[in-house]
Design a protein around this ligand. Structure first.
Ligand SMILES: *[C@@H]1O[C@H](CO)[C@@H](O)[C@H](O)[C@H]1NC(C)=O
Ligand SMILES: *[C@@H]1O[C@H](CO)[C@@H](O)[C@H](O)[C@H]1NC(C)=O
Length: 479
């Protein structure tokens, strides 16, 4: 925030400011310049860091073949034998990908029902593919003639309908958006010139993004498909300056880091790096682990095998270390062409909700602690809560001036004799200021320190509420 004098507004002449007395000070929002250095100074909107858990939805025309993955069209055109064979066997000769679109019927799509499942899962935000690399838009794009869900297939504004339902459940709504389109002739023409022309960016990309932002006011703009061209071709910095300065979501929006060659991991409100990124250590900048419940695909596959679907233990092995290391978890499922969510995905989401109902206190609104996983037991991951929220650097370790009100140790494996041995909380326990309990259980646990290691006697596993990972809360006695 930049402070200016109220007088500035009256005189509208910055040069005179020094000569005018201080009548009053008001804060006006900083205006960001369209360069990365300036854009990088924007503080991360707090809601995003505190939310921790989101749900990612890959839904589009690829949900019709629902074979191999959402890249089906590209794999098929590239001559991948499995896809050729699939088409030969099941579709008439000469069948085109475009002919799948009318089969994207979504007749069972009940956005309220979806939103209720998402709310029950404990997720705090939803990110829907408004347009994947195939170019088909799930909203009535004014620039995507006959290749959008309003005109072909569902005959409905899927983005708008889901946005409304999700918000009615108190969740944030965001959109995924692919910068490039595999087979858009205008894009291909720009590419042919070595990206010297920007016709696609001017006539398609920007109008679409502005329509999305203005009409749906998303909280997340999750960019993708950036890797063939530089940010200067996409006009990424100009777009972000508009988002941060003048868009209707300027205070709310968060964007990821996929804005051109060399940008991922360097710029953006949060970093995704590559898909399924999970570094296992604390990073310096807010990040997000986007991963799939179906280990093989982001889009729905009709031939999924149960063994390919993440179990609850596998899900928590992604989520818990991610949050402990300063990340958010964006958990992907692919809805079907009929507009349903496969029961196996519903089951995983609802189980996650049960887990978070008990253990959510160790996840939501937490910050990274001094250690991420315990030195002695790497399957134990820490988070903490502090009296002050670090808005400038939300994923920093607690500073000297911070009061850590609670440390949470989430353990992924139940120890054989029900004694959990931890090294990194020993100094806190030795200080005498903390006691320990298990989330979901009454009363404090007994512990002792043996040779610098805290030995915590856990309750009998049979009486413990949480079925998967478990959270110990070391809380400051004075709180
Ligand atoms: C897009 O970028 C080009 C080249 O960097 C620039 O000349 C043009 O003004 C930009 N367009 C917008 C709308 O910012
Ligand atoms: C902590 O986690 C990282 C990443 O999973 C792992 O490489 C490391 O071995 C773990 N630490 C211990 C002590 O097991």
């Amino acid at each position: 925030m930049r402070l200016i004098y109220l007088a500035t507004l009256i005189t509208l002449c910055a040069a005179n400011v020094q000569n005018i007395g201080i009548y009053n000070t008001i804060e006006v929002p900083k205006r960001y310049k369209p360069d990365w250095t300036d854009l990088d100074t924007r503080p991360l909107p707090e809601w995003y860091d505190k939310a921790k858990i989101g749900i990612f939805l890959h839904w589009g025309v690829y949900s019709v073949p629902s074979f191999r993955s959402e890249w089906f069209w590209n794999y098929w055109k590239a001559g991948m034998e499995k896809c050729n064979e699939f088409m030969r066997k099941h579709y008439p000769p000469g069948f085109t990908y475009q002919e799948f679109a009318p089969m994207f019927t979504a007749e069972f799509f009940d956005p309220q029902k979806w939103a209720k499942i998402f709310a029950k899962s404990g997720a705090k935000y939803i990110v829907l593919t408004s347009k994947h690399h195939e170019g088909f838009t799930l909203f009535p794009s004014k620039k995507s003639f006959s290749w959008n869900a309003m005109e072909v297939g569902p005959k409905r504004d899927l983005v708008g309908d889901l946005a409304k339902a999700v918000r009615a459940e108190g969740l944030k709504f965001g959109v995924y958006h692919s910068l490039y389109e595999w087979y858009n002739p205008i894009y291909l023409e720009d590419r042919r010139t070595g990206f010297a022309t920007q016709t696609y960016v001017e006539t398609k990309l920007w109008p679409d993004i502005k329509q999305l932002i203005n009409d749906y006011k998303p909280s997340v703009l999750w960019s993708d498909g950036d890797w063939e061209a530089h940010d200067t071709y996409w006009n990424s910095t100009e777009l972000l300056a508009w988002l941060y300065n003048d868009s209707p979501v300027k205070n709310e929006i968060v964007v990821n880091d996929r804005w051109g060659i060399g940008i991922p991991g360097k710029h953006g409100d949060f970093y995704n790096y590559q898909d399924r990124f999970n570094p296992g250590k604390l990073l310096k900048h807010k990040w997000e682990n986007a991963f799939t419940v179906d280990s093989q695909s982001w889009g729905y596959r009709r031939n999924m095998e149960l063994s390919e679907i993440f179990s609850m233990d596998q899900l928590l092995r992604e989520i818990v270390p991610t949050v402990s290391c300063g990340g958010n978890a964006l958990i992907n499922i692919g809805p079907t062409k009929e507009g349903t969510i496969a029961p196996i995905f519903q089951e995983r989401l609802l189980s996650l909700g049960d887990w978070l109902a008990i253990n959510g206190e160790a996840i939501y609104n937490t910050s990274p602690w001094d250690s991420q996983n315990d030195t002695l037991n790497g399957d134990v991951w820490y988070t903490c809560t502090k009296t002050t929220y670090n808005a400038r650097n939300p994923i920093a370790k607690p500073s000297r001036s911070d009061t850590v009100t609670a440390v949470y140790a989430i353990f992924l494996k139940w120890p054989g004799n029900s004694i959990l041995k931890l090294k990194d909380v020993a100094p806190s326990m030795l200080s005498g200021n903390y006691h320990v309990q298990m989330l979901g259980q009454d009363g404090y646990l007994n512990w002792q320190i043996i040779e610098g290691v805290v030995n915590i006697r856990l309750p009998r596993k049979a009486v413990v509420k949480s079925e998967h990972a478990w959270s110990l809360k070391f809380s400051l006695k004075s709180y």
